[in-house]
Design a binder for this molecule. Structure first.
Ligand SMILES: Cc1cc2nc3c(=O)[nH]c(=O)nc-3n(C[C@H](O)[C@H](O)[C@H](O)COP(=O)(O)OP(=O)(O)OC[C@H]3O[C@@H](n4cnc5c(N)ncnc54)[C@H](O)[C@@H]3O)c2cc1C
Length: 506
């Protein structure tokens, strides 16, 4: 064992969960290292550029970065809040929801009262329903103690965890259009009718209603600043360092071994990978076959196709809101699409041209895609560390789908036609290879309100010095993952102690 390869904490994966945990523990004086398989850190926070325009690979906008929100406090504690350059969305519509050929764009507005007021213009009879809806999402937030930076009682969550989302929306209102408008940005949590818990919707939605921002020029600023903070506290990140094994000796993990045989020894280990990836690394009888089978058998959230477009300058008016379009009147239908009726939905995210304010310089469009659609190319691997072509048939598939998606987009955003100068496409395989998430799943394990315990992963594992963090534990998204990092670090330093320090952050 070499001293310079021995750490208090070894973290596998430099996604937001890994980096936030690393910074919080390094701030406690621990010697921390983060091992990342890719060249670029950040996992889903990665960015790329096309014709010098920066694109987000995943995180196009973030809820809860406004002053007073929990995420704002957490990022302040991590030392990055004042460094981020944020662009606020339209207060009266951060998201808009559209259905089929109907040109109406129903707004989701910032501010709880404003959210209600803006929707009342379209649903004047639904004041009671909207009041009850707002009350319910706030109530859910209050029952998730960490969302309010309280240690709380684990049983608090239980009171609201068994509420189903579709069922709850039906209780608020009989107006089908309003039900579908409220669920209209369900791509944010890959919602499934009669399966998705209401709390998932409530916690995500509440944060965006509080405040919606885009990080400029891209989400990799978050990972960059977290890395700088980590370095300031003496921590290290090793890139191009894929962990293939966590060696268990006498009931605890002693070292992480990488693909090229390096060993990183540690007292504590935190996995920021998907749990299935973690299980494959640990050859220990402490993870019983029944547990392995259960975790490996869990349903994953759907994946996505992403089309990134560079635009002719000064041609496409900027929208300071996102557009969530559904092919039918049913906001839940898109996950059930068939290849023939694809695309059944899309979400469009606009980036403003700083040289031509009022116009968009680029657009990213996401549309659900099942992994099975790209399964025939799954033996190919292509990411920065291992760049390989996937072949002509794959390129043709991507191009055909891009054209189908564009023809839908032209109906909603007609100015796009003739004004696209470059494009770049990602598929479920891209997401699989760049984030290490099995099947390129959007948000990892699918939460099922009918199986709350089976679809939950704990921060603790059966191995006492091995913990988990990241989107598969508790909740996904920048807010969810940051809060989970607190839960993970609290296992090492104590919850009350950590929360007190976080709340005292300047
Ligand atoms: C398409 C898409 C759009 C999204 N949009 C938004 C949005 O607009 N707003 C929002 O808040 N959230 C959004 N999310 C969700 C959010 O990005 C994620 O929930 C969050 O960033 C996940 O962070 P994480 O730490 O769990 O893991 P990840 O970001 O998945 O990071 C895991 C890291 O572990 C590394 N790793 C894996 N295996 C190994 C190994 N063996 N050795 C070493 N390293 C390894 C990976 O390379 C990766 O860097 C989006 C997600 C997707 C996929």
């Amino acid at each position: 064992m070499q001293d310079n390869n021995t750490y208090d904490v070894v973290i596998i994966g430099s996604g937001l969960g890994g980096l936030m945990s690393a910074v919080m523990l390094a701030k406690e004086g621990m010697k921390v290292c983060v091992l990342e398989r890719d060249k670029q850190i950040g996992g889903c926070l990665q960015t790329f550029s096309v014709r010098k325009k920066v694109f987000d690979s995943c995180v196009h906008y973030i809820g809860g970065l406004g002053e007073g929100h929990t995420l704002y406090t957490l990022f302040s504690y991590a030392g990055i809040m004042d460094k981020l350059l944020l662009k606020a969305y339209d207060p009266n519509a951060f998201d808009t929801i559209a259905f089929g050929d109907d040109e109406t764009l129903y707004p989701h507005a910032q501010g709880l009262d404003n959210f209600k007021e803006q929707l009342l213009q379209y649903f004047p009879e639904e004041k009671v329903a909207l009041n009850n809806y707002i009350k319910a999402i706030t109530t859910v937030g209050d029952h998730f103690p960490l969302y309010r930076l309280r240690a709380g009682d684990a049983n608090e969550k239980a009171v609201v965890s068994n509420w189903g989302l579709t069922q709850k929306l039906y209780e608020f209102t009989q107006n089908k259009r309003l039900q579908n408008v409220l669920a209209g940005n369900n791509l944010l949590y890959a919602g499934i009718a009669n399966k998705t818990p209401f709390y998932l919707h409530a916690l995500v939605t509440e944060s965006y209603i509080h405040s919606s921002h885009k990080v400029m020029p891209g989400s990799s600023q978050i990972s960059k600043f977290l890395w700088q903070q980590l370095q300031d506290y003496g921590g290290e990140v090793f890139r191009n360092t894929e962990v293939t094994k966590l060696a268990e000796e006498n009931g605890s993990i002693s070292y992480a071994e990488t693909k090229d045989g390096q060993r990183f020894y540690g007292k504590q280990f935190i996995a920021n990978t998907h749990p299935v990836v973690l299980l494959d690394m640990v050859d220990s009888s402490l993870f019983r076959p029944a547990y392995r089978n259960r975790v490996k058998g869990l349903e994953q959230t759907i994946s996505t196709f992403m089309l990134n477009l560079v635009l002719e300058p000064g041609k496409v008016p900027m929208r300071h809101h996102n557009i969530y379009w559904h092919g039918s009147d049913d906001a839940w239908a898109a996950t059930e699409y068939t290849p023939e009726d694809w695309p059944a939905n899309y979400a469009a995210f606009f980036t403003e041209d700083v040289h031509k304010p009022g116009y968009a310089e680029s657009i990213s469009i996401l549309s659900y895609m099942h992994y099975d659609e790209v399964k025939q190319w799954e033996s190919t691997v292509n990411y920065t560390v291992a760049p390989h072509e996937r072949g002509v048939s794959y390129d043709e598939f991507k191009q055909q789908r891009a054209e189908k998606l564009l023809s839908k987009l032209y109906q909603g955003i007609p100015e796009l036609k003739g004004n696209i100068t470059a494009q770049k496409i990602a598929t479920p395989l891209t997401y699989r290879d760049y984030t290490g998430t099995p099947k390129g799943s959007l948000y990892g394990i699918l939460k099922d309100v009918h199986k709350p315990n089976e679809t939950s992963i704990a921060t603790r594992t059966k191995i006492p010095n091995l913990y988990m963090t990241g989107q598969n534990v508790n909740l996904h998204g920048v807010l969810g993952v940051s809060i989970t990092a607190v839960a993970t670090c609290a296992e090492l330093v104590g919850m009350e102690y950590l929360l007190n320090k976080i709340k005292k952050a300047p």
